[in-house]
Design a protein around this ligand. Structure first.
Ligand code: GAP
Length: 460
């Protein structure tokens, strides 16, 4: 674990998010519900922009990649084929004193300060480590554990009106399977030739026991996943390409390369040929932001076996028949949101000693592309007219309350890249001032040029 520190604390981020309508605790008026969060008016815009930026890069601008939006509830056989019903589990231990539940691997990781990798241990080895090092309960400080029990992370529900076991279905724990089961549908309807990709953005659910790092690990979250189907032998090259593409996406969004690093998996899943994460320096330390996996032909082969439907691709030129390999790139939208907010958060001390809190978001991600501010109340009608016109093209906010300085600060805090001030000159010559969030410099522009100016400023 690096000694390097994130520039922001989690507490500051959580407070800012709550105060500015970015993210609220879930079901708050009922005392909350652990590990659930609600996005507010500003947060939902930022998250939608993140998903849009991802889709633009990995579907719209990508050659031979296609989107799907598969059902969250899938035939239970899907999860048997994927292996989730038997092996998608965490090693849990209960504290017999305070009844709190913990993941044995987390206990070891925290106790050893990241020096011991529990992924390489069996359950027996983890139990032995916890005994030997007298790892106590982080809640009550006592040392009285149950043995490790494995705990399947899938949420179960039942279909229909009777509560019989054959009606058991699951909330999907990943979006990937919706892409695999549609491999033939997409290939047939797009006439795509291998290599090609299938992408999806959607909700996933995991009954996680988490240490509560805000939206880092939640029980309901969104994934953005892309599966690249290719021929065996070309998989190594595409694995490297997707590592590069995933990394460039982040640096193009404004991430400092010093806050990103690749981490190869120490232990590979039995079907995987290679796997790595891109880690980000989150407020709580270096942690996984996204994964890139070479999954071989495992997924399609398993679906062929369990469904009885062929997943064989026939090369239209050579006539060769094979089950494609898959390079998977997977990133959580909420986890990316946390990384983006951490990266963008800044506190600047101005010449007059005032501290300015600012979210230096890429303009394409900002909730509002511009704020329209009438200098005085009697300029509101003109400002409202400008605002209404711009709203046809962009997400724009209007603020007429308080001093202009306070209004600038409010916009800085939520990352609005431009503030458009309507003053008396606007009525005389049809120009406004446009203030840049990061430099605080102002220029004067004719109203008619605002649309093209904003379009250019928010390009991604
Ligand atoms: N299909 C592969 C897959 O789901 P994963 O490493 O389990 O792989 C991929 O998840 C990404 O989804 C992670 O890198 C992370 O960004 C996000 N993610 C996973 N579990 C999450 C959770 N409980 N809360 C928020 N994001 C999560």
């Amino acid at each position: 674990m690096s000694e390097k520190k994130s520039p922001v604390t989690m507490e500051k981020l959580v407070n800012l998010c709550k105060a500015r309508g970015i993210i609220f605790p879930g079901s708050e008026i009922y005392g909350g519900m652990g590990n659930t969060w609600d996005y507010g008016p500003v947060g939902v815009e930022i998250k939608n922009n993140l998903k849009r930026a991802w889709w633009k890069r990995f579907v719209q601008e990508s050659e031979n990649s296609f989107g799907v939006d598969a059902a969250i509830l899938m035939n239970s056989r899907v999860w048997e084929a994927s292996g989730h019903t038997t092996s998608f589990s965490d090693p849990k231990m209960d504290c017999k004193e305070c009844k709190s539940r913990h993941r044995a691997d987390n206990l070891i990781e925290n106790h050893s300060k990241g020096k011991v990798n529990p992924d390489l241990m069996t359950n027996d080895e983890m139990e032995a480590y916890i005994q030997e090092h007298h790892v106590c309960c982080p809640i009550c400080g006592k040392f009285n554990w149950t043995n490790i029990r494995t705990f399947n992370l899938m949420f179960e529900t039942s279909r229909g009106v009777t509560d019989e076991s054959q009606n058991k279905i699951y909330l999907r724990p990943e979006t990937a399977q919706g892409e695999f089961v549609n491999f033939l549908n997409v290939q047939r309807t797009t006439r795509a030739k291998v290599p090609f990709g299938i992408a999806q953005v959607g909700k996933a659910f995991r009954n996680e026991i988490t240490p509560g790092n805000f939206i880092f690990r939640t029980i309901e979250f969104e994934q953005m996943e892309h599966q690249w189907f290719c021929k065996e032998g070309t998989d190594g090259q595409y694995y490297e390409e997707f590592k590069k593409k995933a990394y460039t996406f982040l640096t193009d969004l404004g991430f400092d390369p010093e806050h990103l690093r690749f981490k190869d998996h120490d232990k590979l899943a039995h079907y995987a040929k290679a796997a790595c994460d891109i880690q980000y320096l989150f407020p709580m330390g270096w942690s996984e932001l996204n994964g890139i996996h070479n999954r071989t032909d495992y997924d399609l082969s398993r679906h062929q076996e369990f469904s009885g439907k062929t997943m064989t691709y026939i090369d239209p030129v050579s006539g060769e028949r094979y089950i494609p390999y898959v390079i998977e790139y997977s990133i959580g939208a909420d986890r990316l949101m946390l990384a983006v907010l951490s990266e963008a958060y800044d506190e600047e001390t101005l010449d007059d000693g005032e501290v300015r809190n600012i979210l230096k978001l890429h303009p394409a991600l900002a909730a509002y592309k511009a704020a329209v501010l009438p200098l005085q109340k009697n300029l509101s009608p003109k400002a409202e007219e400008i605002c209404a016109k711009l709203k046809k093209k962009f997400s724009i906010t209007f603020d007429s309350a308080g001093s202009i300085g306070k209004r600038y600060r409010r916009q800085d805090e939520i990352g609005t890249p431009l503030c458009i001030t309507v003053d008396f000159e606007t009525l005389e010559n049809g120009t406004v001032t446009v203030r840049d969030r990061d430099t605080m410099q102002q220029i004067r522009l004719p109203i008619d040029e605002l649309e093209s100016y904003i379009s250019k400023a928010i390009e991604f």
